[in-house]
Design a binder for this molecule. Structure first.
Ligand code: TXE
Length: 480
């Protein structure tokens, strides 16, 4: 049984209460680890370590910070297999995905921000005719909180931590209690890379206790959070009276809009991925597929054919396309939406059932599921399911599909498949989303702003946006 510990002030520690939470392995439903059930006191200790480290870290040279971040990145690459295996086991995702995406991206996050901080600059404004010059200082905030979810555990954890420390802050971070393993393993790498103690403190535990203690802490001045929309709303409510800076990356219900003039084969292959990658547990998945009526029947046959070929299997097998869902409650939530779809008149075109794998009967497996819906107003087109479930429906005109795409409370991403340039321009202007992909999906350049509108969140991550979030700008005006 693996016993995970907090990483506070450069040391691994048990929780003060000595209380522990069981950690489940999604592929077989067994408990295989325990994590600290950290309390307010553990968070306070993490904060104390962080605030003590802050004066020195915030004054360290950019070169020194950059060197350490790049070293962390290199060590993650050296340990890729160990981290990928841990991520796959803890989350249920196919090992091939953890090896190709999750861990390489976590390494890239550190390398990217290690480089970006050396290029981060501020403006100056000459006040002509007033004999004055203004310049902007971008100063680290102090101690910041980073809270991350379970779907892309190390990938999203490091997406917050790397810019936070690159900008000179010290951090109290909490990974999801469902998938704590790779954040735990990161502690050793932080030590080996020479990150000074207290700069990054990792506290494990429940959202309602450890997470709550971070967001309530009066001296943790900024919170970067990725997770569910209702948790994001709660965090905003707690943080607002303390005037904390907030970056919230929340849920999505993203349209995937397919026109008849697209590159069909490319679209088909990518649409399988954008529907079911990571068992559909990515906030960017295109869970509402709208297909131009003239190719709807053809698409339906071809898409279902491809989806049926996806191999559901144990995450550790290299041939597995669809692994296990992350937890039993989550599997139950996703299954409940399939029932709702049926009640609302949706037609299950394929999938829809829990899968029992030989030797892993208690694992949380679910068939990739395609539901044909009659209207965009149904619950499965309006609520985030966050599993291997997509809906499809035909559309007649560009205006119709735009209206349906935007008629949802979320606004994270959208994908359009077309070769018509003018339509691309018209639609990308009008789509209510923070990210629009044309003829691709999840192609990421870490310099670009990342985040959503409407209930998909507040603020942007990525590139200099993240470094701006993790700094306070101060204008200095000199009269001469
Ligand atoms: O996420 P939570 P849950 C969506 C998806 C999913 C739903 C719920 O639809 O089904 O959210 O998932 C911490 N103070 N997404 O409940 O609770 C928690 O410990 C401080 C989309 O698992 O939002 C964890 O570390 N922190 C999403 C983190 O918040 C608190 C990815 C996320 O957990 C807290 C995941 C509190 N009071 C789920 N309560 C995306 N945008 O990618 C919880 N947490």
């Amino acid at each position: 049984m693996i016993k995970i510990q907090n990483f506070i002030n450069g040391k691994f520690e048990n929780p003060i209460s000595d209380e522990w939470i069981d950690n489940y392995c999604p592929s077989d439903g067994e408990v295989y680890g325990q994590i600290p059930n950290s309390s307010k006191q553990d968070v306070e200790n993490a904060y104390n370590a962080a605030i003590e480290a802050f004066p020195s870290w915030s004054k360290s040279t950019l070169e020194a910070r950059s060197r350490i971040l790049i070293k962390i990145s290199e060590l993650l690459e050296t340990n890729l297999l160990r981290f990928a295996e841990a991520e796959s086991k803890n989350n249920g995702k196919p090992i091939s995905l953890a090896k190709a995406i999750d861990i390489p991206r976590a390494a890239s996050n550190f390398r990217f921000f290690g480089n970006a901080i050396t290029q981060f600059a501020s403006e100056s404004h000459e006040s002509i005719g007033q004999n004055a010059i203004n310049y902007t200082l971008r100063q680290p905030i102090g101690v910041v909180g980073c809270i991350s979810p379970w779907n892309l555990p190390l990938y999203l954890f490091t997406w917050k931590i790397a810019p936070a420390i690159a900008a000179g802050n010290c951090v109290v971070a909490k990974p999801s209690e469902v998938t704590p393993m790779t954040a735990y393993l990161l502690g050793d790498i932080l030590k080996e890379a020479g990150l000074p103690k207290g700069v990054l403190n990792i506290v494990h535990g429940l959202g309602s206790t450890a997470g709550q203690a971070i967001i309530e802490h009066p001296n943790i001045k900024a919170i970067s959070f990725t997770g569910g929309t209702s948790t994001g709303a709660h965090i905003a409510k707690v943080a607002a009276p303390m005037f904390k800076k907030l970056s919230l990356e929340l849920g999505g219900k993203n349209p995937n809009i397919i026109f008849a003039d697209c590159d069909y084969d490319d679209m088909l292959e990518t649409t399988v991925r954008s529907s079911f990658a990571n068992q559909g547990q990515i906030c960017l998945c295109g869970s509402r597929i709208f297909v131009e009526a003239s190719i709807y029947e053809r698409f339906k046959i071809d898409f279902i054919g491809k989806v049926k070929q996806l191999k559901i299997g144990h995450p550790s097998e290299s041939s597995t396309d669809i692994g296990a869902l992350v937890s039993k409650p989550h599997l139950e939530k996703v299954l409940s939406y399939i029932d709702i779809a049926k009640d609302e008149g949706g037609k299950i075109l394929c999938g829809g059932n829990r899968v029992t794998l030989k030797d892993y009967e208690n694992g949380y497996y679910l068939e990739p599921t395609v539901i044909e819906v009659k209207t965009n107003d149904c619950s499965v087109n309006q609520e985030e399911i966050f599993g291997p479930v997509v809906t499809i429906m035909p559309f007649e005109t560009e205006d119709d599909v735009l209206e349906m795409a935007n008629k949802v409370k979320y606004g994270l991403s959208a994908t359009i498949w077309t070769n018509n340039l003018k339509r691309t321009m018209r639609m990308s202007n009008k789509l209510q989303a923070g990210i629009v992909w044309i003829n691709t999906w999840m192609l990421r350049d870490l310099r670009t702003p990342f985040g959503g509108i409407k209930v998909s969140g507040v603020g942007r991550e990525g590139g200099f946006e993240a470094l701006r979030f993790f700094t306070e700008s101060k204008n200095v005006c000199i009269k001469y």
